[in-house]
Design a binder for this molecule. Structure first.
Ligand SMILES: [Zn+2]
Length: 226
């Protein structure tokens, strides 16, 4: 994640390789070409218009986070919950703040705000410059799936501390990186994750990246936060 902030937008791992490590998750693509959601064996790519497309298996990623999701707890949500209430509920279910959590909500949303990064050309601008121009969308009254992770605070920089969720509409056509939402009703599934495997790029750009700059946390919050 810190490498993305330093404009390292090309990774070495293909979708095929990524899917060996999990069938549930999120990320982005080389050249920052859209937002990724992984559900089952399906990888979808949301480009700047927030429209989903299929993904060639040899496409690569500079940042992605996947798991083999096995829900430990499932509950039914039958009342509207905003982002803060939803996160508080998931925190309570996950209980341990120092473990990763995987989260999946399937159901109806009153609204979801999303953004999608868009394909960059070299020389790459910094991520904060990119996100300042990123297209944002609001989807009202949609059904879909929102999934992602809660990352513990001490993992900031390796990943995005706190919640990082992507959404995919039921028609598989729309979605992106979630910045705000209000759920109406549906199924919430969570699992704690205590095993972590990290694959780092071996290329020169990563070798030369500044991965612990001053203000890293604030920058990640600006780039990825809601
Ligand atoms: Zn995202």
């Amino acid at each position: 994640m810190a490498a993305l902030l330093d404009a390292v937008y090309d990774g070495e791992m293909t979708m095929d390789e990524l899917l060996e490590h999990g069938d549930f998750g999120l990320g982005t693509f080389n050249a920052l070409d859209g937002e990724m959601i992984v559900t089952g064996r399906e990888v979808r790519q949301f480009r700047s218009e927030g429209i989903a497309s299929d993904v060639p298996s040899d496409l690569k990623t500079p940042f992605a986070c996947v798991t083999h999701f096995e829900p430990e707890q499932t509950i039914t949500i039958d009342q509207p919950l905003g982002k803060a209430e939803f996160e508080a509920l998931v925190n309570k279910m996950l209980d341990n703040p120092n473990l990763f959590g995987a989260v999946r909500f399937t159901g109806e949303f009153e609204k979801v705000d999303t953004r999608t990064v868009f394909c960059q050309c070299r020389p790459y601008p910094g991520m904060l410059e990119v996100v300042a121009k990123q297209p944002t969308f609001t989807m009202n009254n949609i059904s879909g799936m929102m999934l992602g992770f809660r990352t513990p605070p001490y993992m900031q920089g390796i990943n995005v501390a706190g919640y990082h969720l992507h959404v995919l509409s039921d028609d598989r056509k729309h979605g992106g990186h979630v910045t705000d939402y209000r759920v109406l009703r549906g199924k919430l599934e969570v699992a704690r994750i205590s095993d972590l495997e990290i694959a780092l790029p071996r290329h020169k750009e990563f070798a030369e990246a500044d991965l612990l700059p001053a203000g890293l946390s604030e920058a990640i919050h600006t780039a990825e936060g809601g």
